[in-house]
Ligand binder design. Structure first.
Ligand code: NAI
Ligand code: MG
Length: 489
């Protein structure tokens, strides 16, 4: 801990890709990772390990421990026994640890960015400029709340819930760990977190950093493994709260397993967001917003603008501009700072996306994809757009979670609101218009947790995020994000 004095959140400029390492040889990556329990790395009792690979070229990165019931039990016990000591600390002392974690993430931002990109396939410019700075920002933000909780909910007495089980997905690995851990420990809870099986490495790096920050042992435990490990954690009798981000399918399983148990639950699940563009919109800006809305992070985004609604009279103009813009996107090596669309996170996810492209062809949908060539090794998908899609098409109803956009048109506001709301999901939406009144009208009538106006995919620790319907319930981020980790009288 030599340099812990930088508080600046605007540190992107300190970081030059020009000297970023291009392979694991230049970063501190171990061959094998163990479980982080009670402040120490320890071997898993199954002695089973699985490989994490780089989806951009299918090369091996590291072996990851697979936690079983016994390991989960140890992790939960460690979190439980750390509760008393963690809660006895003055809130301002707890805050100091969280600030320290935030600063250490900033200091090691370059290494985190490279590992995030190698392990998950996202473009380095996104890890560098979005994921890692935002992860630090979440720790800063919730560190600030730690000693002010009584002001967050005036007139109520607030208490931590206890042991929190957190399960996160592979699309924003470090960022989702930050969304979950920062508010939980700021409120005085202790944590057992399980990262996704294809992207455990930055969470394990975070465990090393947590050791360096001197966080009392057991306050944060990080256990690795796939769905079975996650289910063991969910079913453990001593957890008091579950926070899950992932598929709607697993979200439903979790809800069943907590039925009748005194376990507070928040679920952040899938989405099928409408991105609505009116004829009075600033078209060039809207086209950028559409591109960013669906192709950011290869479309592996729960709030991705995956359904585009264009007002009929500007359909031709918008589609022409979109086609042109599609050709300018660079698809390929995620470690290249100019790459816009990196690798699909796993072979399994690539197969899912290909399945939907096949369904589109069977449904007779017209579409276009960019003409660039893509690398032969690794998992890649060209950005693809289907036009003239009907409301009943599976492509308009189901989450694809890849770089595939479906386009529909509309004539009236009522029509577009009805179509936009006609899905099982309700996570996010976007509106592009020159008229403030229209933006306000739509944002109150769209059944979505977040509605962006003349922008898309903008995140900030101060704003709450979460869904309606099959997109889940509970909010993360902002003051509302504290509510999920507190008991109130
Ligand atoms: P998933 O929901 O299976 O995985 C998310 C996390 O849940 C991972 O850490 C996984 O190990 C864990 N998990 C899996 N089964 C579990 C169980 N029974 N109990 C507890 N934890 C469990 O998602 P998957 O299979 O990786 O992706 C499938 C689809 O889910 C994607 O195509 C996408 O549509 C959607 N998805 C949505 C995400 C979101 O941000 N809302 C994130 C990831 C996937
Ligand atoms: Mg990986």
């Amino acid at each position: 801990m030599s340099k812990t004095n930088s508080f600046s959140l605007h540190f992107e400029t300190d970081w030059k890709y020009a000297d970023a390492p291009e392979s694991r040889d230049h970063i501190d990556l171990k061959e094998q990772y163990e479980l982080f329990i009670n402040g120490q790395f320890q071997k898993c009792s199954s002695a089973k390990y699985f490989d994490s690979i780089n989806p951009a070229n299918e090369t091996f990165l590291a072996k990851i421990a697979e936690a079983n019931r016994e390991d989960i039990d140890q992790a939960v016990k460690s979190a439980k026994s750390a509760l008393a000591q963690w809660q006895k600390l003055q809130a301002k002392e707890r805050a100091k640890y969280i600030f320290r974690i935030a600063r250490l993430i900033q200091e090691r931002a370059r290494e985190f960015s490279v590992i995030e990109t190698l392990d998950g396939g996202k473009p380095i410019k996104e890890s560098r400029d979005i994921d890692i700075p935002l992860a630090a920002a979440h720790f800063f933000y919730y560190a600030g709340w730690a000693d002010k909780l009584e002001y967050a909910f005036p007139g109520k007495s607030v208490k931590p819930i206890g042991v929190v089980a957190q399960i996160i997905p592979w699309n924003f690995p470090l960022l989702m760990a930050a969304w979950k851990i920062a508010p939980a420990i700021a409120c005085g809870n202790t944590v057992v977190l399980k990262p996704a099986e294809t992207t455990s490495l930055t969470a394990l790096k975070l465990a090393e950093l947590i050791q360096d920050a001197g966080l009392p042992p057991g306050v944060v435990n990080i256990v690795t493994g796939a769905g079975e490990t996650g289910a063991e954690l969910v079913n453990h009798p001593d957890i008091d709260k579950i926070a899950f981000t992932g598929s709607t399918e697993v979200g439903k399983l979790i809800q069943k397993s907590v039925a009748g148990r005194n376990v507070k639950t928040t679920l952040e699940l899938g989405g099928k967001a409408a991105n609505i563009i009116f004829k009075d919109a600033p078209i060039e800006q809207a086209v950028e917003g559409i591109i960013n809305g669906i192709f950011f992070n290869q479309g592996h985004v729960c709030c991705a603008g995956s359904r585009l609604f264009i007002e009929e009279s500007i359909e031709k103009e918008v589609l022409e501009k979109l086609k042109w813009r599609l050709e300018t996107l660079s698809v390929g090596d995620p470690m290249d700072k100019n790459t816009d669309i990196g690798a699909i996170n796993s072979k399994q996810q690539l197969d899912t996306i290909k399945k939907y492209i096949k369904i589109a062809k069977e449904e007779g949908l017209k579409g276009f994809e960019s003409n660039q060539s893509i690398p032969k090794k690794g998992f890649y998908c060209k950005p693809t757009i289907f036009t003239g899609v009907s409301q009943s098409s599976r492509l308009a109803q189901e989450e694809i979670f890849g770089p595939v956009l479906v386009v529909q048109t509309f004539r009236t506001i009522d029509e577009v609101i009805e179509k936009a709301n006609n899905t099982p999901y309700g996570l996010s939406a976007g509106v592009w218009t020159d008229k403030g009144s229209k933006a306000f009208n739509l944002s109150s009538r769209l059944k979505a947790g977040v509605v962006w106006a003349n922008t898309f995919n903008k995140f900030d620790p101060t704003s709450p995020f979460g869904g309606f319907k099959e997109s889940g319930f509970g909010r993360e981020g902002g003051l509302q994000g504290l509510d999920a980790y507190l008991k109130m009288d």
